[in-house]
Design a binder for this molecule. Structure first.
Ligand SMILES: Cc1cc2nc3c(=O)[nH]c(=O)nc-3n(C[C@H](O)[C@H](O)[C@H](O)COP(=O)(O)O)c2cc1C
Length: 252
């Protein structure tokens, strides 16, 4: 069973590829979270989580979900991440979570995909995106092969200052940065409700045909990136960075 979380479609793309090639079912954790569904999952095949990296770890909401879910049937778990640059020591934390459930951690792989961290980074050009996908495909195919043979994936996380990034900095990110932002909605908003529909934590509610953003944001950037009018921004941060959504899942 492939359980994926995705803000801008990269992780969904990987989940879909693995689902197709491994003939395995796919579960959207966006929907599980949004609709407050039960965290009971049963699979004969290994569980494969696919999620973006947020500040050198899986998003906290996904780490917590893995911790609290009942994974029945198979006792094996793979953790796959998509990322713009590096995953720090994300795999180390996931291994700990999986093993604390009494399950077998089959390994972690971080896949390089277009960066969607629009808060501070410029989004890739179409040429750059093409190049990234060309490089991704053989890695993804190799990963698919290893999983199909039920092999352990070798975790290759040895990046600069990884312990600090995934430890202290990640902690500060979850504690402070997520609360410290001001969303703006420009007059270009057409009230299409796409942002409300896509927000996995129901943090956006339409009022008088206008999105009102609450204080429960997890920073997936779905609302900003998918907005057909680029009307949603984080003040002073995202206005000039362009937009990115994985081609297959563009909603506009
Ligand atoms: C809040 C946030 C934090 C991020 N932090 C990292 C990071 O620490 N390292 C990295 O390589 N990419 C980072 N990224 C980029 C995403 O992990 C990457 O673009 C991912 O493929 C997006 O997946 P999605 O399209 O499924 O949402 C971050 C993105 C967001 C939104």
């Amino acid at each position: 069973m492939i359980l994926y979380f995705s803000g801008t479609g990269n992780s969904k793309y990987v989940a879909n590829y693995l689902s197709d090639k491994l003939d395995d079912e796919m579960v959207s954790l966006n929907e599980v979270i949004k609709y407050n569904q039960k965290l009971d999952f049963t699979s004969i095949k290994p569980f494969i989580f696919v999620s973006p990296i947020y500040c050198w770890r899986y998003p906290k909401i996904i780490e917590d979900l893995i911790s609290h879910s009942n994974l029945l049937g198979s006792n094996e778990v793979y953790c796959i991440a998509t990322m713009g640059q590096d995953s720090g020591k994300a795999g180390k934390y996931l291994k700990k979570i999986v093993q604390s459930k009494g399950m077998i951690f089959k390994g972690f792989e971080g896949l390089l995909m277009p960066d969607n961290y629009v808060f501070s980074d410029k989004m890739a050009t179409s040429e750059e995106i093409k190049y990234i996908f060309e490089n991704l495909m053989p890695v993804l195919e190799d990963l698919r092969y290893q999983i199909s043979k039920n092999q352990f994936i070798k975790t290759r996380e040895k990046t600069h200052l990884a312990s600090l990034k995934s430890g202290l900095i990640n902690k500060q990110f979850n504690k402070y940065l997520l609360r410290n932002k001001v969303f703006t909605i420009s007059k270009d908003c057409i009230g299409c409700t796409q942002c409300e529909l896509l927000c996995p934590v129901n943090n956006i509610i339409m009022k008088d045909n206008h999105p009102v953003i609450g204080s429960n944001c997890i920073y997936c950037f779905s609302c900003i990136q998918h907005c057909p009018k680029e009307a949603i921004n984080i003040r002073g941060q995202t206005e000039n960075n362009g937009r990115y959504v994985c081609q297959e899942y563009k909603t506009k």
